[in-house]
Write a protein that binds this ligand. Structure first.
Ligand code: G6P
Length: 611
């Protein structure tokens, strides 16, 4: 969601702040800002609507130079996208503050502060925190104590970073339900919402926990827990490289990430399968104790990760013969679900910071599940730290807002989970071994499928002037059709819907005409003949079909039917992963033709850390 960076160093920090924002830009990007204290008593503030490049232009024209500063990229929640609403927010010409999250009681706090004489310059919930801190500082409290007092008044979610231009010896930060990481270096210290921002300046990090407040100075970091007691948080060395988020030769991050999938899937499977057997230890030290107790699985996730969960239901029920339910986290968290004995709660999330998914996990911990588990791509994330069992996807940093490699690596990880549970449930060892071998073949199949790129690009023209598109699938590739529709709408802004092909006749068929392209995924499985009948229903109404078909389906190109033939011998277990690839490429090429911002589509954010 919003990006946060702060720095205190012997030299000018503004280049580090702007580079940090640039590295976080994919997370939220409707406005940006920076505040620096050039010397004690002065505050230099620059803000701009738009991307980091706009802020950079402002800074080039009128630099802010100083050894302490904070910077923010915003994804609007309270208040429109205006310069006045961009962070940092300032109080009394001395307190500069940035914030991620949502303050729920800001209306009440605002009235209280207005009554005390504070004038508000923005419509944001954030500005109340700046004035609240100022209100305490002006009474003589030092900044750390002022922040500790101020946050006691807040309800909601926040990561805040603040400095006082009149005492520019420290940055003070606090968090609840929104991530913050302190970066440690020699004679300089940093803070950010994500390690990515700080990798050019340090690899040593301390992750703040719920309720922590930290006093960050040039040569020391003091952390206090929610009760105000000094605490030590472990120092982690990050293995990520600073250039893992560079785009290289590719026109867009999304294209790069699509092409990284064979390696990402192979990495996710590697070292976790030995002699056709999934190693339970891959899920963490508690797995051997928990997995024998699992009688059913309850999956909760958002967006693309939710679609991965829908595929997993087929893996778990058809493959491992264990009941599985799947739902979106924003509904789950308020539904007060009934939990049957022996149920494993599984959260799936690329970022591990999605507010609804995290809230669902925290709710689940109270509900009597046999254990909680996470499939996640970010080792340092809150989701990973708070789950009993964890299986990391190894996709590497994903920058494109539309998720690609994170999704297919989630499917690979879910395949491993299905196999681990199948092993425990006494499914025939030969079947488990066969499925395990099939999983290992997926990276190579994905590699072959990527070679269809030119043919898929050839199709894009037929979509670029359309307003709607319909995606069809059946069985485990129905969620793949859903993911294909989501990709198309996210990055090309074409309205797209996905249906289980058998549902076509119950409504969506009414929409089909020559202006509604219908995309179908047709692997060779037991539902093929049924799918073919559904496609006939489309043709009979004059609908134009675009089919990604297995070579043995007998679906041939004809008038109104375009076919791209997929690689041969894709097994049902492999089909969800492999058939995802052409749908990603199709959306990508359509978006490029339509000239949209592929990596940072309008109104969206990579990691949604607010409810
Ligand atoms: C946002 C992103 C999606 C992502 C969803 C869930 O909406 O734009 O790409 O699927 O959040 O994110 P998570 O990190 O929990 O997988």
């Amino acid at each position: 969601m919003c990006g946060i960076v702060g720095a205190i160093a012997p030299q000018d920090v503004s280049p580090v702040l702007v580079e940090g924002l640039r590295r976080l830009e994919y997370r939220g990007y409707d406005s940006t800002g920076v505040a620096v204290a050039p010397q004690a008593g002065t505050l230099c503030l620059r803000r701009a609507v738009g991307k980091v490049a706009m802020l950079q232009q402002r800074l080039d024209a009128a630099p802010c130079v100083g050894p302490i500063g904070i910077a923010h990229s915003r994804w609007a929640t309270h208040g429109g996208v205006t310069e006045a609403n961009a962070h940092p927010h300032v109080s009394g010409d001395r307190i500069a503050l940035i914030h991620n999250g949502i303050i729920e009681n800001y209306v009440e706090l605002r009235s209280e502060l207005v009554a005390k004489g504070y004038a508000f310059a923005s419509e944001t919930d954030t500005e109340v925190i700046a004035h609240l801190v100022h209100d305490h500082v002006k009474l003589g409290l030092d900044l750390t104590a002022a922040v500790q007092q101020a946050v006691r008044r807040l309800t909601g979610a926040y990561a805040i970073v603040v400095f006082d231009a009149q005492q520019p010896d420290r940055i003070v930060v606090a968090r609840i339900a929104s991530p913050l990481v302190v970066g440690l270096a020699e004679g300089a210290n940093y803070v950010a919402s994500d390690v990515q921002a700080l990798l050019p300046v340090t690899k040593r990090f301390q992750f703040l926990e719920e309720g922590d407040v930290a006093d960050i100075r040039r040569d020391s970091v003091t952390i206090f827990d929610a009760d105000g007691h000094p605490v030590q948080r472990p120092v982690h060395e990050s293995s990520l490289s600073a250039d893992a988020v560079e785009r290289g030769e590719y026109a867009h991050y999304m294209l790069k990430e699509i092409h990284e999938q064979p390696r990402a899937i192979a990495d996710t499977l590697s070292e976790r399968i030995v002699s056709d057997h999934v190693l339970e230890a891959a899920f963490g030290p508690r797995a051997a104790q928990v997995l024998p107790l699992v009688q059913q699985v309850h999956i909760v996730a958002c967006g693309t990760s939710y679609h991965a969960g829908l595929v997993a239901r087929y893996y778990l029920e058809q493959g491992a013969r264990i009941p599985c339910t799947v739902e979106v986290a924003s509904e789950y968290r308020y539904r007060n679900p009934v939990v049957m004995p022996g149920t494993l709660f599984l959260a799936i999330s690329q970022s591990g910071e999605t507010a609804d998914t995290l809230a669902a996990l925290r709710e689940a911990r109270k509900l009597g599940y046999v254990a909680t588990a996470a499939i996640c791509n970010v080792p340092e994330s809150s989701l990973v730290r708070e789950s009993d069992l964890v299986l990391m996807t190894r996709a590497g940093p994903e920058v494109g807002v539309a998720s690609t490699k994170a999704f297919t690596t989630q499917l690979a990880a879910l395949g491993l989970l299905g196999l681990a549970i199948a092993q425990r449930r006494g499914i025939d060892r030969r079947i488990v071994a066969l499925y395990t071998r099939q999983m290992r073949q997926v990276p190579e199949m994905v590699e072959h499928t990527l070679k269809l790129d030119a043919a898929i690009r050839g199709w894009a023209q037929a979509f670029s002037d359309k307003h709607h598109a319909l995606f069809l699938g059946r069985g485990p590739t129905w969620p793949i059709a859903m993911e294909g529709a989501l990709k198309l709408k996210e990055i090309s802004y074409i309205h797209a819907e996905a249906y289980a092909a058998g549902e076509l006749k119950h409504g969506p068929l009414a929409l089909v005409d020559h202006d509604m392209p219908v995309i179908a995924v047709a692997p060779n499985n037991t539902l093929l003949e049924k799918l073919k009948s559904n496609l006939q229903e489309v043709r009979a109404r004059g609908g134009r079909l675009f089919v990604f078909a297995d070579p043995n389906t007998g679906i041939e190109p004809s008038e109104g039917v375009d076919v791209i033939t997929m690689p041969d011998h894709i097994e049902p277990l492999q089909a969800p992963l492999v058939y995802t690839i052409p749908l990603q490429l199709l959306s990508y090429h359509v978006a490029v033709l339509r000239g949209t911002d592929v990596d940072q589509p309008r109104n969206l954010a990579k990691s949604v850390t607010v409810e």
